[in-house]
Design a protein around this ligand. Structure first.
Ligand code: NAD
Length: 499
């Protein structure tokens, strides 16, 4: 008997009633391990009703008390870290330490959000006119929704829900249908921490559930992370229904390696950032841009050597550098790109196709793949592959490297490896990409800064976490006040004089 998963509504697990399901796999064995109910419009509406009710109680609680519940949640997640990371690995396929990192980067945002009273303060102007004061308030929006991708099933739901909840909203999460078990456990831990029923709900589903959230007037805002075509669809549909939206999409992150860089450091960084989590990170490096022929030759030699030593294996095996990709369809898509790169004339230095892992014959394996001499017109350069495939595109000089990073359709993350501060500074200032690393390959900003890509990597004007999240999840009310003179003057209009 295959396990049947549920939704989480009004403080409890709720069985699906739509009769529609999707399969959740174990990517290491290739076997289906659970059935996930896909919510109907009616089920989503029930969740919204519960969220609307819960929000009133939650918003009435003072922000510091809300923060204490969030901190209790963080403690519970830490207590259950190994269990959550194991569950996450078993559905996603990332390694156990990497799964812990996924959870850790999520709870860091909840910790930050627990300090939200400071970010919920408004402004005050004394005597803006004669006898007139002006002040502003930040108030919660009400019910908000998050629609999240498979690749960070703990981190991204927490990036969205932490600030939303701290600001006094209730939250409906529509997680990825590929790895929904961790989001469901997080919902239980929120309840255990003391969150009132209905304040954090999980509806599992596909387009029907998403559209039900987008079209319902009770949902005030939608935060999305996933692929660019869906990000654009959600941004446009949310706007058409009068909602605020912040929608983050795909990526093609470049790393520039200058001739003066520490090449061993750069090669190590590329291996981790290109192949970690099987390349299924929106901040993975998928394009290396060495500047100059000598840099390119030396870098490719170092990468080739390191790739040969990589171990791809079961997610929970201690010696695996990375695990399988998430689904059979993902494996097929990635292998299709590798074939397209070969057909387009790129030099396939390491081929990850056809990898087998003993005892896991049907797992979704793709080994580390390296292409050299990639050119701008190739699909492996233009499109997001989202797998363990690293392309080397050689640049003649710094200006060409800078142009490549800036002109790409996507603008999520970028990195430069150099020992020269002037070059690094110029790069950080001019590159048309939202997040920049200097000798740091995956520059995911810490919780109190904001996370967001540019161009086709992000739609909407406010980023995730940091102060932006509190602007996104609150609405501003501005109050102008004048008080008529009253008791202070007393009944007499005559200046009392001594007798
Ligand atoms: P996806 O776009 O397939 O799915 C994301 C979410 O959208 C899921 O909840 C899914 O159920 C829902 N969805 C899918 N099709 C839909 C449709 N037609 N209508 C409505 N909803 C739909 O993305 P994914 O494969 O889960 O995640 C990988 C993608 O996410 C990559 O492109 C990656 O770069 C991107 N990503 C971006 C960031 C970022 O911050 N920019 C972070 C993580 C992942």
């Amino acid at each position: 008997m295959v396990r049947e998963l549920s939704h989480y509504i009004d403080g409890q697990r709720v069985e699906g009633t739509s009769g529609r399901f999707s399969d959740v796999f174990d990517p290491c064995t290739g076997k289906m391990q659970a059935r996930l109910p896909l919510a109907s419009t009616e089920e989503v509406r029930n969740a919204i009703a519960s969220a609307e009710k819960g929000q009133l109680e939650w918003a009435a609680m003072n922000p510091q008390r809300r923060g204490r519940i969030l901190l209790k949640f963080v403690d519970l997640v830490n207590d259950h870290m190994d269990e959550l990371a194991t569950l996450l690995s078993s559905e996603h396929g990332k390694t156990f330490p990497d799964a812990k990192g996924d959870i850790q980067r999520g709870i860091e945002v909840v910790e930050f959000a627990a300090g939200a009273p400071h970010l919920l303060k408004g402004e005050f102007s004394d005597s803006a006119g004669t006898g007139i004061d002006v002040h502003s308030l930040r108030q919660p929006l009400g019910v908000v929704a998050g629609i999240t991708p498979f690749n960070f099933p703990a981190m991204i739901p927490l990036w969205k829900s932490g600030p939303a909840l701290a600001a006094g909203n209730s939250f409906i999460l529509k997680p990825s249908e590929r790895d929904p078990s961790v989001p469901l456990r997080l919902a239980e831990l929120f309840t255990e921490a003391g969150l009132p029923d209905g304040v954090f709900n999980v509806v599992n589903g596909d387009k029907e559930a998403v559209d039900a959230l987008l079209e319902d007037s009770r949902v005030q805002a939608v935060g999305f992370v996933g692929s660019t075509p869906i990000a654009q669809y959600i941004y446009a549909t949310a706007a058409a229904h009068g909602k605020r939206a912040q929608c983050f999409g795909g990526a093609k992150n470049h790393m520039v390696i200058m001739p003066d860089a520490d090449l061993d450091m750069a090669a190590d960084a590329l291996i981790g950032a290109g192949f970690g989590s099987a390349g299924e990170r929106c901040m993975a490096i998928s394009v290396a841009v060495p500047v100059g022929k000598a840099t390119g030759d030396a870098l490719v030699a170092r990468l080739t050597e390191r790739i040969a030593a990589l171990k791809v294996g079961p997610s929970l095996a201690a010696d695996s550098d990375f695990g399988p990709v998430v689904t059979a369809a993902a494996k097929e898509r990635i292998e299709g790109y590798i074939a397209a790169g070969v057909a387009a004339g790129a030099n396939l230095v390491a081929d990850g196709r056809g990898l087998t892992v003993e005892g896991y014959d049907d797992g979704f394996w793709v080994g580390p793949t390296l292409f050299d001499n990639v050119t701008k017109d190739m699909s492996i350069y233009k499109e997001e592959i989202f797998g363990p495939v690293l392309s080397v595109l050689r640049a003649e000089d710094y200006d060409e490297a800078l142009r490549l990073c800036s002109e790409h359709e996507f603008g999520n993350g970028v990195a430069i490896f150099t020992r020269d501060g002037d070059t690094a500074r110029d790069f950080a200032s001019r590159v048309q990409v939202g997040m920049v690393g200097i000798n740091v390959p995956i520059p995911v900003p810490i919780a109190y800064y904001t996370f967001g890509g540019w161009k086709a990597s992000g739609f909407g004007d406010l980023n995730q976490h940091g102060a932006d999240a509190f602007r996104f999840y609150t609405k501003t009310k501005t109050v102008t006040t004048r008080w008529p003179s009253g008791i202070r003057q007393g009944a007499s209009f005559v200046m009392p004089a001594g007798s």
